[in-house]
Design a protein around this ligand. Structure first.
Ligand SMILES: Cc1cc2nc3c(=O)[nH]c(=O)nc-3n(C[C@H](O)[C@H](O)[C@H](O)COP(=O)(O)OP(=O)(O)OC[C@H]3O[C@@H](n4cnc5c(N)ncnc54)[C@H](O)[C@@H]3O)c2cc1C
Ligand code: SF4
Length: 492
């Protein structure tokens, strides 16, 4: 086996796979554009992998016999099997296998927090570095879609059952795809002008360029999925009309109520809401002409972002790209407690974001002309209860100080935003507004996507609370399977 090394670019030579390849071959991610170059545009930051890198990296899979990666992946993707196909240059077969369990592999490969999911669970992660599962998933599917690969699925019959899906985010798309694979007509409604939900109107281009979503849309349309965009259910069409037209309905509407705190100055109208900021920027970049989301340009500003999740990371990195004078992220807990992917925190650090951990906001201070002047903050500490082991966050006494800022973005997360027509449709929600799933009729079913209302199903963030793309996909597939099961029961 010959391995060439060139700075941080190694493995130019294709190696022949053996179960112990990982001992000789280091983990290698595709080249990441250098920070100075990438922070001036909104393009993705990783280059594509070439054939050699794909073959070599996939051949690092140990095929350990107990694929923890597969269990940790919420879709239980057949990871070792498709890695083996890639290592043998059977890229089309690998793409086909990826699609069997995942309707959006090129998206998951880009945005899943692999460092908390499949790659974290990879047997060789400790000591050798995990197989680059996400990057391989992305590259193989990108190539298949570029060649206009389409699965061999039954065509939808004219008299097929019709299912309405409300919401074209990952949950809605996954459900539509699974229905189409089974010859069922899915019509997806969304209030926005493009499909994707938060994949399009939330996650910035440097994590997921928007042409990727457009390519997936062509695929979905080719397999028979219909989209009715710019259609807000409850405004442009009533839910009753939808119920009367379709055999079943899947709700996949996400969670859109931003969490707020009532600290002094926070009700001044001067704080920037994270999602308004991100959508405004995407609207401007992609020229969607959504007048309700104007661009908020923070060029030259001293920006502070409050929060430690994916949304906060997307805001800090967007502000960097807009040319902010400085960008700081304030998080009340320590770095290890950050809910987002460590990979994205690292990317933000490389791009020049200052992180302040164990710091919490106390008040927003304004100048006489009502512009933002500064943020009052205090230090926090984690106190461990000796008896229970539980940790509690508390304020450090006399630790308050001010941070100069002329723009403050809040990214404290999202709460459920149930529609006002749920009651009339008998769709029950819990005390937090999340849609309640029907208790399973036989206790053998672990979970169900059936709501309290007959023929109405739900999934994704509106059921789980703000979570992940891959879990929304899993629930969309599950809902489609239950819809099919219920149709079959009716015809028996
Ligand atoms: C800024 C940001 C960054 C994120 N980054 C990541 C990440 O890197 N990795 C990751 O795994 N997860 C990430 N997430 C979380 C992830 O995007 C969500 O968990 C996922 O998109 C939820 O999917 P969903 O289909 O349930 O809802 P959504 O993606 O929210 O889609 C819901 C869709 O329903 C539509 N809709 C709602 N009401 C109506 C109505 N009445 N009529 C018509 N249409 C309607 C909305 O317009 C929207 O398109 C991020 C979230 C945010 C906010
Ligand atoms: S879907 Fe996500 S968790 Fe599953 S294998 Fe792909 S990147 Fe990993």
């Amino acid at each position: 086996m010959t391995i060439k090394s060139e700075g941080n670019k190694t493995q130019q030579v294709k190696v022949s796979a053996s179960p112990l390849t990982f001992l000789q071959l280091a983990r290698e991610t595709p080249t990441k554009r250098i920070a100075d170059e990438r922070k001036i545009d909104f393009k993705e930051i990783y280059d594509d992998s070439d054939d050699t890198q794909l073959a070599n990296q996939s051949s690092r899979c140990l095929d350990c016999g107990n694929p923890y990666c597969e269990w940790k992946c919420p879709l239980h993707n057949y990871i070792p099997n498709w890695l083996s196909l890639v290592s043998k240059d059977r890229l089309d077969d690998a793409a086909e296998l990826m699609y069997q369990t995942n309707p959006l592999p090129e998206i998951c490969g880009r945005v899943c927090p692999q460092d908390r999911l499949c790659e974290q669970a990879c047997t060789i992660n400790t000591g050798f570095g995990a197989v680059t599962i996400g990057m391989i998933e992305k590259n193989i599917t990108d190539r298949a879609l570029a060649k206009k690969w389409r699965p061999n699925i039954p065509t939808i019959k004219a008299n097929a059952k019709r299912v309405a899906i409300i919401g074209a985010g990952p949950a809605g798309i996954a459900c539509a795809d699974q229905l189409a694979r089974n010859g069922i007509r899915a019509v997806v409604y969304d209030r926005y002008p493009e499909i994707g939900g938060l994949l399009t109107f939330g996650i910035p281009g440097f994590k997921l360029e928007k042409h990727v979503m457009r390519k997936r849309k062509e695929f979905l349309q080719d397999i028979g999925v219909e989209f009715k965009l710019n259609t807000d259910v409850g405004v442009d069409i009533t839910f009753q009309e939808i119920q009367e037209t379709y055999d079943s309905v899947f709700l996949a509407m996400g969670t859109y109520k931003s969490v707020k705190t009532d600290l002094p100055g926070f009700d001044s109208g001067k704080l920037i809401n994270a999602l308004d900021y991100l959508i405004g920027n995407i609207n401007h970049q992609e020229q969607f002409a959504m007048t309700q989301f104007p661009e908020i340009n923070l060029n030259g500003k001293e920006v502070v972002v409050l929060g430690g999740g994916d949304t906060a990371m997307d805001c800090v990195r967007t502000a960097v790209r807009q040319g902010a004078k400085s960008v700081s992220c304030i998080y009340r807990r320590d770095e290890d407690s950050m809910p987002g992917s460590p990979r994205e925190v690292q990317n933000a650090k490389e791009e020049g974001v200052d992180f302040h951990f164990l710091l919490a906001p106390a008040a927003l201070n304004l100048n006489d002309d009502k512009s933002v002047k500064s943020l009052s903050v205090y230090k926090t500490e984690l106190v461990i209860n000796k008896d229970t082991g539980a940790s509690k966050l508390q304020q450090v006494k006399d630790s308050g100080f001010e941070i100069k800022a002329d723009a403050v973005i809040t990214a404290f997360g999202f709460k459920a935003s149930p529609a006002n027509w749920f009651n009339k449709a008998n769709v029950e929600t819990d005390k937090n507004g999340l849609v309640k799933m029907k208790a399973s009729e036989n206790d053998s079913l672990e979970y169900s996507q059936r709501t309290s209302a007959h023929g109405i199903y739900a999934g994704g963030d509106m059921v789980r609370g703000a979570d992940l793309v891959v879990t929304a996909i899993a629930e969309g597939i599950q809902a489609a399977n239950e819809i099919i099961e219920d149709f079959e029961e009716l015809t028996e």
